[in-house]
Design a protein. Structure first.
Ligand code: HMH
Length: 208
């Protein structure tokens, strides 16, 4: 099994993760400031948990994937600084409590760190690939949100996602843990969709 098989096999679930009315709103401008701010604050909490996930993956990674995971950690730490700057400009506090989708994602990430390596690296690839596709699909983005679309549409980020794909394919090549890897992929797809749902619904209710 390869990563491309997962994208094919679970096409519908993957579409749910990477296409969403929230993203249409980012492209067309229909997303409210409240919804966008909610997404921003929640994604900051997600990235924080992702740093922990990668740091737990690092000691379990094969030698050939170490530099990739270290580069990923550095990029995520830098991204946290970027979120802090964006929040400052928007007059937004990042200290808010995690929403329901953020909490479930964080619980799943904790479990994924203990999964067999092929499943964990497949999950990491899916997490990053989801954002690459989701934000590219919102290009060029409404002027208010264009910088965010650009952030996840760069050739560097696409290169990182390709490297993760190679790493996941390398780990899956043995044919071991295919079931766990498939389950991890589906879990990520579901959580990504729920994350967009949370942002949109929370923006409507102006709460959480
Ligand atoms: C919810 N998925 C979510 N947030 C992110 N920042 C990424 C993926 C990419 O790191």
């Amino acid at each position: 099994m390869r990563t491309s098989d997962l994208l094919e096999r679970y096409r519908e679930e993957w579409e749910g993760a990477t296409r969403h009315p929230f993203l249409d709103g980012v492209r067309e401008g229909g997303v409210s400031k409240a919804a966008f701010d909610l997404w921003l604050a929640q994604d900051y909490l997600f990235v924080e948990a992702e740093v922990t996930f990668l740091s737990r993956l690092l000691p379990r990674a094969p030698r050939r994937d170490q530099s990739l995971i270290i580069a990923g950690l550095a990029a995520l730490e830098e991204e946290m600084g970027w979120f802090e700057e964006q929040a400052r400009r928007r007059g937004l506090a990042l200290a808010g409590p995690p929403g329901r989708a953020t909490l479930s994602y964080r619980v799943v990430l904790r479990g994924l760190a203990d999964e067999p390596y092929p499943a964990a690296i497949t999950a990491l690839w899916a997490i990053e690939r989801a954002y690459l596709e989701a934000w590219r699909g919102a290009a060029p983005g409404h002027p208010d949100y264009r910088e965010f679309v650009g952030h996840w549409s760069t050739p560097e980020f696409a290169g990182f996602v390709s490297s993760l794909e190679e790493a996941a394919d390398g780990a899956l090549a043995s044919g071991e843990n295919e079931e766990e890897a498939g389950a991890a992929f589906l879990e990520v797809a579901r959580l990504e969709r729920e994350f967009w749902e949370m942002a949109l619904a929370g923006g409507r209710r102006r709460a959480r």
